[in-house]
Design a protein around this ligand. Structure first.
Ligand SMILES: Nc1ncnc2c1ncn2[C@@H]1O[C@H](COP(=O)(O)OP(=O)(O)O)[C@@H](O)[C@H]1O
Ligand SMILES: [Mg+2]
Length: 75
């Protein structure tokens, strides 16, 4: 990719997401709750939203759509 093309792409980007991850700790049930692993709700998501364009995040329930949006918004 030429330097000029790269500059235009950055200028046209409204939102750039690169390698987004969000892991939630998984705990055992019972009296002593220990962390037993991590739930990888979002794992390495990348996309660019360009000026004047629309993108849709599509997938089955629980695949991480809401977590992707919330993590970007830090909400
Ligand atoms: N606050 C949270 N704590 C633990 N696990 C969560 C939390 N929020 C979402 N998850 C888990 O992360 C995964 C993705 O959920 P979510 O982003 O809500 O999916 P979608 O919006 O695509 O239905 C699910 O397995 C869900 O149970
Ligand atoms: Mg959702």
């Amino acid at each position: 990719m030429s330097n000029q093309t790269e500059k235009m792409e950055v200028k046209d980007a409204v939102l750039e997401v690169a390698g987004l991850c969000k892991y939630f700790p998984l705990y055992s049930t019972g009296v002593i709750r220990r962390q037993i692993g991590m739930l990888r709700a979002v794992d390495n998501v990348s996309f660019t939203l360009k000026k004047g364009k629309t993108i849709a995040l599509v997938g089955e329930s629980g695949c991480g759509k809401t977590t992707t949006a919330r993590t970007i918004l830090r909400a």
